[in-house]
Design a protein. Sequence first.
Length: 763
Amino acid sequence: MGFSIHWSWFAALSCLLLMAGEVRCDCTETNMQIEGGHYKLTKKLETGSLLIYECPEGYYPFPASTRRCQSNGSWKPTPKRFAPQRCRLAECPDPSVLENGDVSPPQEKYFVDNETVYECYSGYTMRGSSRRVCLPNGKWSGSTPICSRDSGDNCADAGVPAGASRTGSTFGIGDTVTYSCNGNLFLVGSSERVCQENGQWTGKEPACYYKHTYDTPLEVSEAFGSAIKDSLTTLEPVDYTEDGRKIRISNNGTLNIYIAVDISESIEEEHINHARHAISKLITKISSFTVSPNYEIVFFSCEIFEVVNILDFFDNKIKLSTIKDELENFQTDGKHTLGTDLNSVFRTFLERMAIIRHRVGEEAFKEHRHVLILFTDGAYTLGGSPASTVAKIKNFVYMDQASESGIESREEYLDIYIFAIGAEIFDNDLQPLTVGTGGSHYFRMKNIENLQETFDEIIDEEAVKGLCGLHKGYETASRDSKRKMYPWMAFIIIQSGAFSKKCFGSLVSPQFVLTAAHCFAFGDLPEHITVEIDDGQGKVKKVKNFFIHPNYNVNAKVNEGVKEFYDYNVALIQLERDVQISSAVRPICIPCTQETSNALKLVGDSTCKQQEQLLFKNYLEKLTFLTRTGNVVNEKDVHAKLGDNRDDCIKHALQAEGITTKNVKDVVTDNFLCTGGRTPFRDHIACTGDSGGAVFKNYEHRTIQVALVSWGTKIMCRAGGLVESDDTSRDFHINLFRVIPFLKSILGNDNQDEYAPLQFLES
Ligand SMILES: *[C@@H]1O[C@H](CO)[C@@H](O)[C@H](O)[C@H]1NC(C)=O
Ligand SMILES: *[C@@H]1O[C@H](CO)[C@@H](O)[C@H](O)[C@H]1NC(C)=O
Ligand SMILES: *[C@@H]1O[C@H](CO)[C@@H](O)[C@H](O)[C@H]1NC(C)=O
């Protein structure tokens, strides 16, 4: 029945009296109506029944959202004549927290459908949405507008979400910003964020919620979907059989998923049906991935009803296909008991983990990931707060390394997601129970009816196949460790007559490799070219075709004093067939695609411009490309000189061999990024064999290619290797944002049946 802990003494008393056989009175419906809405009752007018007010979309019940029937026949809280129950128009948090800009119109309060426009003071540029509408779920459309100026800091201005206050206004490595919400709003997401070396803030932008703010199914499926996709796809796949079907090779499994659904308020069978269908849907979706997890599934109120026992997976007693039967067969009759015991749910999960560790041994257990997914309103009445049990679970999975340096790599072994569902949610109790890095782990949903829809939209296997840029962030002992760090890397060998030429390339879709146009010579044919990508299906890939940018012409400016002109130095190689995608072979993200917006966590309709502003936010942007010595690849660190720094960088092009023009813009067009030199950072310099390789930025889990290695002012090294720049040496890389029409014409072409096109942004 889920009495809240906040009225606990009375709830406990009521239970005792009941057991002692005390007479109890039914409640009445007198004065219970709500203006503009209606209500429903979980147990008619019996003691313990919950009256839940419902309002149309964009409205919320006020002053109470629920009332419970007491044993003496009165409702709690008691309806007050001077504060009649009604449906109130939803409000959005105050947007005028914008720094360095104006918000119009200024209003004291903002309601559903109210529009706001944002403008930055001169000298500041805007990221995010310049126009926002207050939505029926109590949130602003689009994303937080941020007015910032290049400060040379490592991270972009973190912004201030509507309704929030921020402390911290420097954004260098290690700098921290903290957030709090104003008034009666509460914070969902990261209250503290730290600027990391890779230029990204830790955690996720927080948001300020009212009690009536909730997440839409679309928002949840985007956020939860991308998080679960990341954990599913960074795992090792199970082996494939000859006909490509998945099989489980080991009973050990590496991913354990624990699901718990609160049914304490679910007197209606319908509610439980929604829950079981939603779980079924989630499991179906997960099974489209190459991993097959083990599942523990429980329903709970004051007792635990175990529907699927995870240990059966280890004993081979249950198959994925039977989970749905188990869910269907679960009956709630006679399982109505008093109270809700959330703590014992976590205790059950911890016990299961302990048995698993005992079964598989400590070493194997280290490779087990645990994902806990809970559906509850958080109104626990029995068993006390689960906080200490959650702490134990963390210790158990982190292997008590919490204080040591090993902690970072163990954090990804545990995620606790909470779907807060119900008319009255205990956010303060629930939010601290979430665990995990990266995106959201706390979702606030209006009702369970939406859940199946949410999971339905979450993921489909085709979308996951193309999930670009996903990689392991650190080296492991595995044989193909480097491939997993750079799963998109490709080596290109072109046999021109007696010569063979080597270039780097990057896999940009299962069938296409991006490289430099100058790798090819006049007269080269597809059969002269091979691409090396070890996907377990033969390392050497045959080439079907290749496409050179139509504007590329190395001789175009011979008469203007530019012996070799490398503008538009890009080419795409089409392989004879798709490579086999796995954790070691996967495309890199390229600009202006929808996938890249997803990787950058840009919500809603994003633009190419937004991506560019995010990827090139500083006038000294740290970038990376690869070099090869023998069989080893290494990262070269460089800084693109942008804005005011650019002219000083590109002027060195005039010293290159074969350049006699005095106008540097003849040589280095706006399509190039410039790196190299020794100030303010000593950059690495490109070697001959690095050509065609991706110049990229690494984010947590994802890699985005922003340019490709084209040419340099000096040949400082031929074979490859980590060589540092001298004072005057410079490298020039084709900025991919400047060659989108070419990339789109081939990769985005949906007028063909040979390959799946990439989805490019409209603008
Ligand atoms: C019912 O019990 C509550 C709590 O003890 C009390 O505040 C309320 O006045 C009682 N109502 C009636 C009608 O007796
Ligand atoms: C904002 O919404 C409220 C409630 O619908 C409305 O009365 C008000 O006129 C709106 N304000 C503006 C500026 O549109
Ligand atoms: C599975 O676990 C057993 C111990 O229970 C271990 O001997 C075996 O190597 C493991 N298999 C895999 C594939 O991890």
